[in-house]
Design a protein around this ligand. Sequence first.
Ligand code: NAD
Length: 438
Amino acid sequence: MNDSLQARPSQSTNPEATAGERYDFFRVVQGYLRDAAALVEMPEDTLTILSQPKQEIIIHFPVRLDSGEIGLFKGYRIQHNNILGPYKGGIRYHEAVTLDDCKALASMMTWKCALMNLPLGGGKGGIKFDPRKYSSGELERITRRFIHALGSNIGPSHDVPAPDVGTNAQTMAWAMDTYVNTVGYLSHTSSKGVVTGKPLASGGTHGRAKATGQGLVHCIRYWAEEKDFTLEGSTVIVQGFGNVGSYSAALLSKLGVSMIAVGDHSGYLYNPEGFNPHKLQEYVRKHGSVAGYPAGQSIPREQFFRLKCDIFVPAALENQIGVAEASVMDTKLIAEGANGPCSPEGERILIERGIDILPDVLANSGGVTVSYYEWVQNNRSESWTLEEVDARLEVAMKRAYRKTMEMARQKNTTARLGAYAVALQRLMTVYAERRIWP
Ligand code: NAD
C-alpha cells in the first residue's frame, strides 16, 4: 500500500499540539526574517525578494513496488535563493513533508550559507512518505525516479542536494549515479558534485557523516568557554538519534559529557549512569530505532522533557519544544541540532527562564559547511584528509559563532536573530552591489 496516496492534512510533528493544529513552520521562519531585517535595516525590496523562494518544484512520479503495484509519490524541490551561489540543501524522506516546510527549510539554508560565508544559496526538497515502510530496492527506485524527474533542475553548478531526515549516504550514491547516467553524461564532464553527503568511495569527503554533530559540539565548547562551564562530568539529553543526534552524543562523550536520556520516533529511554553512544549507534543501525535497547529504562515523552540535564540537544524534527516542554525543561543550554525544534512561544519561555539557545542556523551549519568542502573537492578532483576537513570546519564554526554572538550583543537580541542578522547583512550587501536585473 502506498501511503503517499493517502492524502491527509499536514499535521504538527509535536504530539502535544492540539489535534489537527498545523504548525506553520514557513510563517515562523518568515517572522524571524522580518525581525532580523529590521535589526539590520534591510531595504524593503530585498526583504520582499527573500521572503519567498525563487522556484517551487512539485513532482508526482510513479514507482513499481515489490508487490508489483505502482505507487504514486509526491516530491518537492524548493530553490529559495541563489544570489550567493548554487542552491544547496538536503532531501528529506518523511511522511509529514509539506511544501511549506520545504520552503521554510530552504530559506534557512540561504541564511546558513550566508552566515557561514559559503558561495552557496538555499534549497531543500523531500518526498512525502515513510521510508521505514519500504524495502531497500523500493527506496532505490523511489530515489532514482525522483532524481530523474528533477532532471536538469539540479546540477553541480545549479542545485546540489544532500542528506536530511530519512536519507543518508546510500541515498546520495543512488542520486548521484542517476544524475550522472541521465543528465550528466550529456556534458561529458564529471558531475559527482551534483549531490554531497556521498559515501567516501563514491566521491564523498572525510568528515561529512559527523560534520553536523561536530559543528554543534564546537558551538557547545565555545558556549562553555564563554560561560566558564566545565563540560567534563556534565550531562546531555538527545532527542533524535539519527545522523545529527548520534554523532553529537558520540563527540560529546569524548569531552566527558554523559548522555543520560535519548529518544526517537519509537520512544524515549533514561539511564542516569549514561548510555554508551557508540553501542547505541550500532544498535540503531541494526534495529532502526532505540526501541528495545537493553541499557535504558523506557519513559514517556512528557517525562523525557522534564529530566534535569546540563545540555539538551534536539536532533529530530521542527516544533518539538513548544510551550508545554519549554515550561518544564530543566537544562542550561539547548543546542539546536534539528532545524526549527523550538517554536517561537517555546523560545520566549526558555529565554525568560534563563535557558541559553544555540540556534539551528548557527549550531547545525557544520553539515552544509563540510558539504561545501565535498563539492569543492569534487569540482577540483581533490581528496582532502580528515585532519584538513576538521581544521577548516573548526575555523569556520568559530568565526560564525563569534560573529553571531557579537551581533546579538550589539543589537541586544537573541542568538537566533543575531545569526539571521549576520546572514542578512551579507545578502543585502550583494543585492545592493548587483541590484535587480534589468
Ligand atoms: P535522521 O533521519 O538521520 O534522524 C532523525 C531522527 O529523528 C531519528 O532518530 C528519528 O527516529 C527521529 N525522529 C523522527 N520523528 C520523530 C518524532 N516524531 N519524535 C522524536 N524523534 C523523531 O535525520 P538527521 O539528518 O539526523 O536530521 C535531524 C535534524 O537535523 C533535522 O531537523 C534536519 O533537518 C537537521 N539537520 C540535519 C543535517 C544533516 O547533515 N543530516 C544538517 C543540518 C540539520
